[in-house]
Design a protein around this ligand. Sequence first.
Ligand SMILES: Cc1cc2nc3c(=O)[nH]c(=O)nc-3n(C[C@H](O)[C@H](O)[C@H](O)COP(=O)(O)O)c2cc1C
Length: 224
Amino acid sequence: MTIMDAIAERHSVRAFTPRSLDFETWDALDSYIREINEESRLSFKLVTDDPQAFDSVLAKYGHFENVRNFIICAGPKGPDLDERIGYFGEAIVLKAQMLGLNTCWVGLTFSKSSVRRMLKSGERLVCVIAVGYGLSQGASHPVKSESELSTVRGEAPEWFAQGMWAATLAPTALNQQRWHITYENGTCKLTTAPGPYTGLDLGIVRKHFEIGAANAGQQRIAWL
Ligand SMILES: Cc1cc2nc3c(=O)[nH]c(=O)nc-3n(C[C@H](O)[C@H](O)[C@H](O)COP(=O)(O)O)c2cc1C
């Protein structure tokens, strides 16, 4: 599976089989998380066979079932922490999809107190990502059109269209898609209307856009 396939096929999955991660799969995901931590200086951590964080009333209310593995998303306090967690965390989500796993970003419906106990001092918990073998592959949801989500001043190159295709499929909290990308003279500007978890959403969308554009040969985006 290519990363573009992973973007097309990923949907949030909230109900999992009780199966533990295969050793090879665990190893590949855990190694990738270590690489991402090295690059980002963030603290993502894969926790396996631990149902506690999703044993709460809140998790049940969120319709989560059998979540036994999850990735803690944490890092040092700072103004751009949420966006950086979104950006690097989505790389992990897509890697998990390529390894045959299913995921769901979870900002609210899990037990924060039980996860906070697993943090080192100086780390701030942002959210978690549930991961495992889904009972299903999830379902697609209506997404806004590329023209609603972008403004093009002048004429945009092909990589912009591919970036936008990938960005429209980026998960956002409550499927809110409050973001907007403006293209002008080879540069892109990503903005968002206010709302819950929009910092995380921005990072996730930026990651998808960059992957789509890179697939069309544009390796670096001049973000304003
Ligand atoms: C930052 C973020 C936080 C989320 N928090 C929750 C959550 O607390 N509970 C939940 O059930 N889903 C949560 N989701 C999943 C979204 O509802 C889901 O991504 C969105 O509806 C789009 O669906 P899709 O991921 O299948 O494309 C979250 C997603 C994101 C990106």
